[in-house]
Design a protein around this ligand. Structure first.
Ligand code: DOR
Ligand code: ZN
Ligand code: ZN
Length: 432
């Protein structure tokens, strides 16, 4: 027997009721039919979840998270990461391979995929490394990694420094029909040890800066390589105006380039950093200038940037308190992403709710060939119920993630997920 979710409302404001059975959506009713069914089903003794008029959306998809297992379980593991995901409304997450060991072998990729299934909260999809050890010297065995469950290839955490290596990687990925997912960073353009963008904040504090072109040079290079090889080239965490300009041009030229952006690069600039010693404002790519933030928003609006991701990057409290130079890069994001985007872009009237949801559900599913992202009969029963009215204050102490490293602590936000269903199972609920 399945579970009916009744009394829901879609992003477009229509009534919705749906039946999850055998892991799939077995029935979806909308409008008057949904209203009529709600009363009847409750009376007929079906297992019923009453969404109470709240938003019922496809399970959110995050194509960029770090779950740290194997090797750095003190920062996060697949279980705590999965809990953070489902509390944030995510039913699918794609895990970066910069674990210890890195995911450069079939057996490690397979182990992460299996561990995700055993935990059984969210769908955990591993990426495999582009190069062995993420060292940029030798390509991994892409076919073997794909066979083991890799959904794409990336050396996230570092850029692939050599153009020739990247070109061969794209050739091989294209032959297998999988994307190259790139952390864009040219090490020869980095000021050694820089922690913040090369801008007003770094100048004010006399710090070396990470220049915009260290990202954009790779974006430009790789778009040319994607054009030459026909690969699907996906740009991680776009943060600069120059990168957006190049991606726009690439799309206009017919190159298969897609891109993601994180909430923090849409909401914060280097001018918001309160204190250079607060490690919670240190991530890579760094917070850029207000001009770059405006460019990210414009790039989302004109379709240059396709999807939202978190780059959920948990670290230990002690590591993050080591001071700017020694603190590792990264902030957590799974438990704040939707409320941030909803409160700052939808509740303010800038974007519609469907616009935001589409970029967290249908679009990532389409770009990466995943089955979810839609509420329709036959689709996986991955569903999120969100309370758009409820306001809460971000309190990192309450995160399910082991990571507490967020610059958004204390922010008052609306739009909190209250129930998450993955494959027809209610994996987290605050309802009732
Ligand atoms: O901020 C970041 N954190 N950027 C990266 O590229 C890597 C990530 C991590 O693994 O912590
Ligand atoms: Zn990265
Ligand atoms: Zn990352």
């Amino acid at each position: 027997m399945g579970i009916w979710i009744i009394n829901g409302r879609t992003a477009e404001g229509e009534s919705i009721a749906l039946l999850a059975e055998n892991g799939l959506i077995a029935d979806v009713l909308r409008g008057a039919a949904a209203d009529e069914a709600a009363g009847r089903l409750a009376a007929a003794g079906h297992e019923v979840v009453d969404a109470g008029g709240r938003l019922v959306a496809p399970g959110l998809i995050d194509m960029h998270v770090h779950f740290r297992e194997p090797g750095f379980e003190y920062k996060e593991d697949i279980e705590t990461g999965s809990k953070a995901a489902v509390r944030g409304g995510f039913t699918t997450v794609a895990c970066m391979p910069n674990t210890r060991p890195v995911l450069d072998k079939a057996e490690t990729v397979a182990r992460v995929a299996q561990r995700g299934k055993d935990v059984g909260l969210a769908r955990v999809l591993p990426y495999g490394c582009i190069t062995i050890g993420e060292l940029g010297r030798e390509l991994t065995d892409f076919a073997a990694l794909k066979e083991a469950g890799a959904i794409g290839f990336t050396d996230d955490g570092v850029g692939v420094q050599e153009a020739g290596m990247m070109k061969e990687a794209m050739r091989r990925a294209a032959a297998l029909g999988l994307p190259i997912v790139a952390h864009c960073e040219d090490n020869s353009l980095l000021a050694g040890g820089a922690s913040f963008t090369d801008g007003a904040f770094a100048r004010k504090h006399g710090l070396p800066g990470i220049p915009n072109e260290s990202e954009a040079v790779h974006v430009g290079r790789d778009i040319l390589l994607a054009e030459a090889t026909g690969a699907h080239y996906h740009v991680c965490h776009v943060s600069t105006e120059q990168s957006a300009r190049l991606i726009r041009l690439g799309k206009q030229s017919g190159v298969r380039v897609t891109a993601e952006v994180c909430p923090h690069h849409l909401l914060l600039s280097d001018e918001d950093i309160p204190d250079p010693n607060d490690g919670n404002w240190k991530m890579n790519p760094p917070l850029r200038s207000p001009r770059d933030v405006e460019a990210m928003i414009a790039a989302v609006e004109d379709g240059t940037i396709d999807i939202f991701v978190t780059d959920h990057a948990p670290h230990g409290a002690e590591e993050k308190s080591r001071g700017i130079e020694r603190a590792p890069f990264g902030i957590v994001g799974l438990e704040t992403a939707f409320p941030l985007l909803y409160t700052k872009f939808v509740a303010t009237g800038r974007w519609s709710l469907s616009f935001v949801l589409e970029r967290m559900t249908r679009r990532p599913a389409e770009l990466f060939g995943l089955p979810g992202g839609r509420l329709e009969r036959g689709a996986p029963a991955d569903v999120t119920v969100i309370d758009l009215a409820e306001e809460r204050t971000v309190d990192p102490a309450k995160f399910a993630s082991k990571g507490r490293n967020t610059p958004f602590a204390g922010w008052k936000l609306r739009g909190w997920p209250v129930l998450t269903m993955t494959g027809g199972n209610i994996v987290w609920s605050e309802l009732n």
